[in-house]
Every structure is written in structure tokens, then in C-alpha cells.
Design a protein around this ligand. Structure first.
Ligand code: ZN
Ligand code: ZN
Length: 177
């Protein structure tokens, strides 16, 4: 979604409330593609004229996603909440858009259009879960047969011998003699 600050500046309104829609259906973060759940999300945006100093914008959001548990690969629903705000100064009735630097506000175009998808993506990435898990103690999948160990057990031998014990068992088996 795009919101023109220039159009708001030229309007007679002092304040405007906007319900923001996020246009992307999914987000890919470190190889995990997460579906965006539009119905379970809401993001607000408020535009305000600050006298002749400029325009401020602020809002808050709660955005919900479904991704894969990094251990058992089952679907996990999670949501990210955030607040955001910014300001653009006005001089002689014109928006003063700062030059975009590399890490700058690339979501604000030189003609005063806020690219809300870019702005929201930035907020989401900052708060993205480090590791997506269905639950803290998810047991994951059996590395041998792939059984989801949260749901059932298998009889695979996944015992990893302690290397120090391996030496002792070598002695018992006469390998060192
Ligand atoms: Zn899991
Ligand atoms: Zn198994």
C-alpha cells in the first residue's frame, strides 16, 4: 500500500487515520517462507500536520504469520507487534525529503509517497523470531526415520556414543592390544 504525504499536505485535513493493508502474501526470512495472515492482522497509520513544521506519521501494528517449526516442520502461527513513527519537515509548503542513504528511509520516495509494504517489512524483520519453534521443548524429527517425536516414538537407534566411552569399549573389544 502506498500513502502520499504530498496529497495529505495539500489537503485541508489536519489529521488522517488510515487502516493499512500489507500487499505481500508471504515473507521469506532465512529460507523460511511464512504466509501472511491478513485476517488476523491490523496496522494503523495516523498522519498529522505539525503546524508549518511538517508532517508526522505514526502507527502500530499486529501482523500474523504462519511458518514452519525449525525442528519438526509443523505449521506455527505467530504474530509480531510494533509501533512506528517518523516525521517529514515542510519548507515553503514543500516536503523536505531527506536524501536516501544506503540504510536510509528507502520507504519514502522523493515525491513524498510512503511505501507501507517496505516500511512494515523493515519493522517485521527487526522483530522476527530468531528461531521459530512450535513450542520451547519441541522434540523435532527423528534423524533416522523422520517420525515427529512430539506425536509418537520410534525404535531407531539414535544413541550417539560419548567419544571417551568409545575408547573404553575399544579396549574391551581388544582393538588396542
Ligand atoms: Zn516443532
Ligand atoms: Zn526413527
Amino acid at each position: 500500500m502506498e500513502v502520499s504525504l504530498k496529497e495529505f499536505l495539500d489537503s485541508k485535513e489536519d489529521k488522517r487515520e488510515i487502516e493499512v493493508t500489507f500487499s505481500q502474501e508471504s515473507l521469506d526470512v532465512s529460507g523460511n517462507t511464512c504466509q501472511y495472515n491478513d485476517k488476523d492482522s491490523s496496522v494503523s497509520l495516523q498522519l498529522m500536520k505539525e503546524g508549518d513544521r511538517g508532517i508526522s506519521y505514526s502507527g502500530s501494528g499486529r501482523m500474523s504469520f504462519t511458518g514452519e517449526c525449525s525442528r519438526c516442520l509443523e505449521d506455527v502461527d505467530f504474530s509480531i507487534e510494533f509501533d512506528y513513527s517518523g516525521e517529514v519537515s515542510v519548507s515553503d509548503g514543500r516536503l523536505m525529503i531527506p536524501e536516501t542513504s544506503d540504510e536510509g528511509e528507502s520507504y519514502l520516495s522523493s515525491d513524498g509517497v510512503l511505501d507501507m509494504d517496505a516500511l512494515l517489512s523493515g519493522e517485521i524483520y527487526l522483530r522476527w523470531p530468531m528461531k521459530l519453534l512450535c513450542k520451547e521443548d519441541c522434540k523435532g524429527l527423528c534423524p533416522v526415520c523422520g517420525t515427529n517425536l512430539n506425536k509418537s516414538t520410534c525404535s531407531c537407534d539414535t544413541f550417539v556414543p560419548d567419544p571417551r566411552m568409545a575408547v573404553i569399549s575399544d579396549i574391551f573389544q581388544g582393538k588396542n592390544s
